[in-house]
Design a protein around this ligand. Structure first.
Ligand code: PRP
Length: 187
């Protein structure tokens, strides 16, 4: 039996920690379609270059992009700051992909913005590549955790400053494939 993840009624236990439902998968998918249509409308005369921040944003990014019918370009970037912990290490590891960003209309896709350090460092690095524009699409934002100003043009949901898993978000690499988003229980 798999003891890493266990389900009990609507709760999920990952490595023995209890998580309870926060946002239902259907509601997430409906919101993503709304964001896709906004992007489609805003970029009608452009070809947006989506930059998905791996790994967590894969799920959100794929759902967002597949609901967009204008031509798009796609790149990925690996960024990591959490390791096995529930709090940011404060140090962000990433390397921009080796592609031409000059004159491009970039939309960086994130699953979650917590302190804002990761997205800020990525945007700062991208600005040096002379793109035409940079916007952010992000599924979840924790406004009370922000340590820096971040302007998210396409936002799914604001959430409280609590640890969440599911829909791409992990706890020690588990829980990414949960359909709903769950929050760590305070019990
Ligand atoms: C998560 C998330 C963001 C970042 C947000 O990545 O995907 O990239 O943390 O946190 P911040 O706003 O405090 O910088 P993580 O390091 O957990 O890697 P993962 O996407 O591979 O899970």
């Amino acid at each position: 039996m798999n003891d890493k993840i266990q389900f009990r009624e609507d709760e999920v236990y990952i490595l023995g920690r209890k998580f309870v439902p926060l946002i239902n998968g259907e509601k997430i998918r409906r919101r993503i379609v709304e964001l896709s249509k906004c992007i489609e409308n805003d970029y009608r005369d452009k070809i947006p270059l989506f930059l998905i921040v791996l790994r967590g944003a894969i799920f959100f990014g794929v759902e967002l992009i597949k609901n967009i019918s204008i031509p798009v370009n796609l790149e990925t970037i690996r960024a990591k700051s959490y390791g096995q912990e529930m709090q940011s290490s404060g140090k962000v590891d990433f390397e921009l992909p080796n592609c031409n960003f000059e004159g491009k209309d970039i939309i960086v896709i994130e699953d979650i913005i917590d302190t804002g350090l990761t997205i800020n460092e990525i945007i700062t690095a991208l600005r040096r590549k002379n793109p035409n524009s940079i916007e952010i699409a992000c599924l979840l934002l924790k406004p009370e955790s922000l340590k820096t100003d971040v302007n998210v043009k396409y936002l799914g949901f604001e959430i409280p400053s609590k640890f969440v898993v599911g829909y791409g978000l992990d706890f020690a690499e588990f829980g990414r494939n949960l359909q709903d988003i769950f929050v760590l229980s305070e019990e």
